[in-house]
Ligand binder design. Sequence first.
Ligand SMILES: CC(C)(COP(=O)(O)OP(=O)(O)OC[C@H]1O[C@@H](n2cnc3c(N)ncnc32)[C@H](O)[C@@H]1OP(=O)(O)O)[C@@H](O)C(=O)NCCC(=O)NCCS
Length: 167
Amino acid sequence: MDIEPEQPIIRGLRDAAELQPLSKLDAEIFGDLAYPYFALRQLYDVHQRDLLVLERKDRLIGYSLAVAGREEDVGWYLGLGVDNLHRGHGYARRLAEESLRRLELQGVTKVRLTVEPDNIITIRLLGSLGFSCIRIEHDYFASGASRMLMERPVDRNTGRTSGIGQT
Ligand SMILES: CC(C)(COP(=O)(O)OP(=O)(O)OC[C@H]1O[C@@H](n2cnc3c(N)ncnc32)[C@H](O)[C@@H]1OP(=O)(O)O)[C@@H](O)C(=O)NCCC(=O)NCCS
């Protein structure tokens, strides 16, 4: 008899005890660009409600972090990743849509982020979610690494982005 594969769920990070598995996942996904543990801990202290994880069979397999910024209507997407074994199933899209929905509920009308200019997979995903390139920022991480600054407007009348669903 076929057993239905367990569908992953999206939920908030429950408590600080989950930071260790999250940190491990972050390192697997982002390598050198993963958050040091102390930075993750501080992000959790400030932004716990915005830290979403994707869980399957009691394991964290992805996460998303998008927060309101210093200008109250501008949000920043800080992190989105799915582990290697679980890519290509629409999980990042689900995570991103949930993070963006939550930001909209907080009154955010514009979301910004930066991405490596050659990260074509992510740029495609972001384009389909309504983000477009604003400019390339050189030495963004003070390391000689350029980043593409992208932004997603939200229609103030409908509360929805004008670009969602486009490819
Ligand atoms: C980018 C990443 C989060 C995508 O995760 P994922 O769960 O595989 O993505 P999804 O299955 O939800 O795919 C969403 C979209 O991404 C794009 N995409 C995904 N895999 C792709 C591939 N192999 N080639 C081209 N585009 C691809 C497509 O636009 C896709 O939409 P579609 O299926 O409707 O065509 C994942 O590859 C990852 O964690 N990469 C490393 C970390 C990273 O770069 N994060 C973003 C940094 S800001």
